[in-house]
Structure formats: structure tokens, C-alpha cells
Design a binder for this molecule. Structure first.
Ligand code: FES
Length: 204
């Protein structure tokens, strides 16, 4: 996650308890605030996976590192990237997909126009992140990890987003909100609708 202005968002946080208030971590995700990932040119993802693999000179941690990196950059794990990782790491494609589906922070499905993330790192987990995410899922009429049938909103759990002091944290279209309570969920969803309008206004 990135701060507006390009700095990595870690700890530059002022807490809010009301999700209708100002965000705690203004941030724009890779590929544009709130939008699902742009379509990548053919083979561009395979080349990007090769670049990312240079972060992992040893075999140890390469597979999961690449899965997490692609998830972060694309918002999900496109099939082309999975094939590239399978080739690079000498694992079967099916095995890789099974691994990706095992981890709740990874997704093999494309995401909606606006992504709502609930941090499930340790601090947020102990502050009821899963219950919070489940409340949002119920409001949206989906399960955690799914996209609404109209393709507009994706809800998922993610690793620590670096704002632990204001846990639990929800991130809507790249903007983080701290100390979100289940009573604030309607406010979070309102932010998601506002982000959707912005995405539509930009024609994404
Ligand atoms: S555990 Fe949620 S922000 Fe760190």
C-alpha cells in the first residue's frame, strides 16, 4: 500500500473511530485508487514475474513470495502469472493453484471495480477483524473473499497493512480507515460507493 505522494504507508496514521470520518491512511494501490487491475499486455505478466523472481535468489520462500508479490500488484493471481511462477519454480500449475486457494489473502479470481480489504494481521485479528469482515460480507450479500455478482465490490482479508496502532483497519480502494467497529460498517460501505463513483467518473 502506498501513501499519496509515493511513500510507503507505514505508521503515518491518525486514528478515527467513525468510518464516516476522514481516512487514516490515504493511499493509492498499484494500478489506481480502487480500480481493479488494468488488463496487462500479453506476456507482460510473465516478464514481470521474472523480474520479481530476482528478489528471491534462493528457492526458499520463492513460490509464496512471488504469489504475494503478484497478488499485491495485480489484485489477484492471473492465470498467466501462475503459469510463469510454476515454470520458474518448477512446480505444477495445479499444485500452485491449490496453494493459492489455501491462503485466504490470495485470490485466483479477478477483483471488482472497488476492493474492500479488512486487515487480518495479528493486531487487527485480535480486535475482531474476521467478525468485522463477516459483517461487511453480510451487508454486501457475499462471502469474504468474493466479488458481488454485479462485479462492483470485492471483499477480502489481507495481511498487516502497517497501521496496527489503530486496529482494526479496513482499506477501501487504497484508503485505510482505523478503529473500524461493526457499527461503522455502513460508513465503510458508503466510502466504497463513493470510490465506485470516482472510478466510474474516471471511466475505469
Ligand atoms: S495488523 Fe492490521 S494494520 Fe497491522
Amino acid at each position: 500500500m502506498r501513501m499519496r505522494g509515493g511513500k510507503t504507508a507505514k505508521a503515518q496514521v491518525s486514528a478515527v473511530s467513525d468510518a464516516t470520518a476522514a481516512p487514516v491512511v490515504p493511499a493509492a494501490p498499484a494500478g489506481g485508487a480502487g480500480a481493479g487491475p488494468a488488463a496487462a499486455p500479453e506476456h507482460a505478466l510473465a516478464r514481470r514475474v521474472e523480474q520479481l523472481a530476482q528478489r528471491y535468489p534462493d528457492d526458499v520462500g520463492r513460490v509464496i513470495g512471488l504469489l504475494n508479490d503478484v497478488q499485491d500488484e495485480c489484485g489477484y493471481l492471473p492465470e498467466e502469472a501462475l503459469h510463469a511462477i510454476a515454470d520458474l519454480c518448477d512446480v505444477s500449475f495445479d499444485e500452485l493453484v491449490a496453494s493459492a486457494r489455501f491462503f485466504k489473502t490470495l485470490s485466483t479470481e479477478p477483483v471488482g471495480k472497488v476492493v474492500i480489504e479488512v486487515c487480518d494481521g495479528t493486531a487487527c485479528h485480535t480486535q475482531g477483524a474476521v467478525r468485522l469482515a463477516q459483517t461487511m460480507a453480510d451487508k454486501l450479500g457475499i462471502e469474504i473473499g468474493q466479488t458481488t455478482p454485479d462485479g462492483l465490490f470485492t471483499l477480502r482479508l489481507v495481511h498487516c497493512v502497517g497501521a496496527c496502532s489503530v486496529a482494526p483497519v479496513a482499506v477501501v480502494a487504497g484508503t485505510a480507515y482505523g478503529r473500524v467497529k461493526t457499527a461503522n460498517v455502513d460508513g465503510v460501505i458508503e466510502h466504497a460507493h463513493a470510490a465506485l463513483k470516482e472510478v466510474d467518473r474516471r471511466g475505469e
